[in-house]
Write a protein that binds this ligand. Structure first.
Ligand SMILES: Cc1ncc(COP(=O)(O)O)c(C=O)c1O
Length: 386
């Protein structure tokens, strides 16, 4: 049996989306060309833009296509910073590397960075955020749902906390993991900029979008033609965009059905491991995490070894930990949550998707206890703790 439980990393392309991409590939015109070939390609891009706008609850003119979530994040933050002389920027301690490393680099470039902490469940400390806001703050970038733990952040509250004191501050959210997995509309969140990516929602890799609220000005990061309202030059990835449009529509229309199924599987899985494996920590409050994500620390084992052994049973999972072997450095997300560095080393992210079945979770629950038991038998840490 092969079981794919790494959907936060990427997802399989659905058959409908595959067909949409293949048929768009037959339309080879350049969407910027004025002749019929170009018009046909332009129509495909605009249809997808409308689908994404509808899925996000915004105007189609507010969507800019990009080359993925990482690019959308960079375009949002750096693109806005090019328009202002303000030098203070705020983010959280639990961002995906697309934002986390960008802020590290911006710090080296001379920006003053505030990194807001989270509680033990990985939820942003809004009071701490308020303390850091100032007249000099240019932008606040906080993710909507965390990729390692699935913890959902209170972005609407962030926006009202920020804007009620400093209406000039721009708020960006990285919604790459949240899109299609939790219900939200950009207007309800109130954000100025929001990033999404196709390959997390059963769409193709290398395509993303940035929502830019009407009236918010950002500048391009690479120079080129006038594509995407001068904000993202370069001929559009027509087939990828077509696939993204359909994937967005399908993920949002199927959200209740998918989440209903995923929630049942999540409860079953957490109950199952709690009954069959001792010394574990479920990271994050399952009530406040995405329906598809369960992050677990298994004491006295190494995450990488768990991945390898589960892989031998055909089960694909990933480690939330960024540790290199031999190092006790836990993932920055678990560290920010105050997790014990040793047990964080054995943390595993199980991320389900719309094709995950109950049989697959049963298979995982059958194999996982013996994998952990075997690894613990070999672990010097386990022996020391006895
Ligand atoms: C929260 C988050 N932001 C950004 C990204 C990057 O997206 P992409 O792979 O499309 O560049 C990811 C992908 O893992 C993610 O989980």
């Amino acid at each position: 049996m092969r079981v794919y439980l790494d959907n936060n990393s990427t997802t399989p392309i659905s058959d409908e989306v595959k067909k949409e991409i293949v048929s768009a590939m037959d339309v080879y015109g350049n969407p910027s060309s004025l002749h019929q070939f170009g018009v046909e390609a332009r129509n495909i891009v605009e249809k997808a833009r409308l689908r994404i706008a509808q899925a996000l609850g915004c105007d189609n003119q507010e969507i800019i296509f990009t080359g993925g979530g990482t690019e959308s994040d960079n375009l949002a933050v750096r693109g806005y910073l090019k328009t202002t002389s303000k030098k203070h920027i705020i983010t959280s301690a639990i961002e995906h590397h697309a934002v986390y490393n960008m802020f590290n680099e911006l710090e080296k470039e001379g920006y003053r960075v505030s990194r807001i902490g989270v509680d033990k469940n990985g939820i942003l400390d809004i009071e701490q955020l308020k303390e850091h806001l100032s007249e000099e703050t240019a932008i606040v970038s906080i993710m909507l749902a965390n990729n390692e733990t699935g913890a959902v952040q209170p972005i609407a509250e962030v926006v009202s906390a920020v804007k009620s004191i400093y209406p000039h501050i721009i708020v960006h959210t990285d919604a790459v993991q949240a899109f299609g997995k939790m219900k939200f509309k950009v207007k309800d969140l109130g954000v100025d900029l929001l990033s999404v990516s196709a390959h997390k929602i059963n769409g193709p890799k290398g395509v993303g979008a940035l929502y830019v609220r009407k009236g918010v000005k950002i500048k391009h990061l690479v120079s080129g033609g006038h594509h995407e309202r001068n904000i993202r030059p370069g001929t559009e990835n027509v087939a990828g965009i077509a696939g993204f449009g359909l994937a967005a529509e399908l993920s949002v229309s199927g959200i209740d059905r998918n989440n209903g199924q995923l929630e049942k599987l999540k409860i079953k899985f957490i109950k199952g491991i709690r009954e069959s494996i001792d010394n574990i920590t479920v990271n994050g409050d399952p009530e406040k995490t995405l329906s598809n994500t369960v992050n677990v620390s298994f004491n006295n084992v190494e995450g990488e070894s768990v991945i390898m052994m589960l892989d031998m049973h055909g089960i694909a999972v990933s480690t939330g930990s960024a540790c290199t072997s031999g190092s006790l450095e836990p993932s920055h997300v678990l560290k920010a949550m105050g997790a014990d560095p040793v047990s964080s080393q054995g943390s595993i992210r199980f991320s389900m998707g719309k094709y995950t079945t109950e049989d697959e979770i049963d298979y995982l629950l059958e194999k996982l206890p013996s994998v952990i038991e075997r690894l613990r038998k070999m672990s010097p840490l386990e022996r020391e703790s006895k």
